[in-house]
Design a protein around this ligand. Structure first.
Ligand SMILES: NC(=O)c1ccc[n+]([C@@H]2O[C@H](COP(=O)([O-])OP(=O)(O)OC[C@H]3O[C@@H](n4cnc5c(N)ncnc54)[C@H](O)[C@@H]3O)[C@@H](O)[C@H]2O)c1
Length: 322
């Protein structure tokens, strides 16, 4: 447990959420508020939206690339939950320098400034993309990551800097959460990240979705509210003495793209058939993450099944169309 007598992981904490107006960040903000934590959001609205957030939340519109020291000095958060990122794998392939500028350099600057401003803990949004191709599944945190995209490399790099900050710059605590395939309400259907959002958008516009290859490739889909709860658990669990606080956040369950398509189609009451396109270069055949470490250490369990999560996501897209 903590050596700091004033530290109480159960008390309300003052949190700054970077990228808090985005898809995952806005769900984290909602749950932090529901748990009585104080929340300030910083976002440049490059993909996030003000309407994703409850009106009472304080939002600072700023670009992290221009520095966050002054904001930290003003807000004085105890905890920074760092979600803001360049989130596109293909954009990172096309422009690795800009990806590194946002995802690596800006994150290092944030970590360094956080230490100078007495932030006690940083909760970091990492990704299963860090792993790259591995010889076996499920992916476990003890495997040596070999990221194949600049995006995956950037996520892995920042984990190292968090460790460096704890060892050398006085950061009390850090946690990196390697998310699986996150889906749910408010996901941008125009990005590349979410097959679920893309399929729903296609159904709603009457277009046939494209499934690459034979559709039997699997992913470990996790509902966004479960991911947000993992972040809240990371805020509330004292991990100061944990030697390597990196956790997979997943259902630990494989679902094929065909299955996702079928569930959504049934729920829509549609008889639409998908187009089957060629395989996409670099797509791994199967993906599943072992999340037992998060379950044990963070006392976290995913609660929403894929069927239920897909249903809820579809309902939210239908509601937002009205
Ligand atoms: N969606 C997934 O499946 C997934 C999987 C693994 C990891 N992640 C990680 O989770 C985090 C959140 O992703 P998301 O899917 O919610 O994406 P998102 O694009 O919805 O959210 C990112 C937020 O960061 C903000 N932002 C971006 N650049 C900024 C800058 N320079 N200054 C200030 N704000 C900035 C955006 O406006 C947006 O609100 C990211 O770090 C992403 O890499 C996401």
């Amino acid at each position: 447990m903590s050596s700091n007598p004033s530290y109480n992981p159960n008390s309300a904490r003052r949190c700054l959420v970077t990228g808090g107006a985005g898809f995952i960040g806005s769900h984290i903000v909602e749950q932090l508020i529901a748990r009585q934590h104080e929340v300030v959001v910083v976002d440049n609205f490059s993909s996030g939206k003000r309407e994703n957030l409850p009106s009472e939340v304080e939002v600072i519109e700023a670009d992290l690339r221009e520095g966050i020291g002054a904001i930290l000095g003003k807000v004085k958060p105890e905890i920074v939950i760092h979600q803001a990122a360049q989130v596109s794998v293909s954009a990172s392939m096309q422009d690795p320098i800009e990806d590194a500028r946002m995802n690596i350099l800006t994150s290092i600057q944030l970590i360094h400034d956080a230490c100078r401003h007495d932030v006690q803990k940083i909760v970091y949004a990492s990704s299963a993309a860090a792993y790259g191709p591995q010889d076996s599944i499920p992916l476990t945190e003890s495997m040596r990551p070999v990221p194949v995209s600049p995006y995956g490399a950037s996520k892995y790099t920042v984990e190292h800097y968090l460790k460096t900050a704890a060892l050398g710059w006085g950061l009390r605590e850090w946690v990196a959460l390697r998310y699986g395939n996150v889906y749910g309400p408010r996901q941008d259907p125009h990005g590349e990240a979410g097959v679920v959002a893309i399929f729903i958008q296609k159904f709603l516009s009457g277009d046939r979705p494209t499934i690459f290859d034979d559709g039997e490739m699997t992913r470990d889909y996790i509902y966004v509210e479960d991911v947000a709860r993992a972040n809240v658990k990371a805020v509330e669990t004292d991990l100061q003495n944990h030697s390597d606080p990196v956790f997979n956040i997943s259902r630990q369950e494989e679902t094929s793209v065909n299955k996702v398509f079928e569930i959504l189609r049934d729920e829509m009451g549609s008889d639409m058939e998908a187009f089957y396109g060629p395989p996409r270069p670099g797509d791994v055949r199967r993906s599943i993450l072992d999340s037992s470490s998060a379950r044990d250490t963070l006392d976290w369990n995913p609660q929403v099944t894929v069927e239920e999560g897909l249903r809820k996501t579809l309902q939210s897209f239908l509601l937002s169309q009205r």
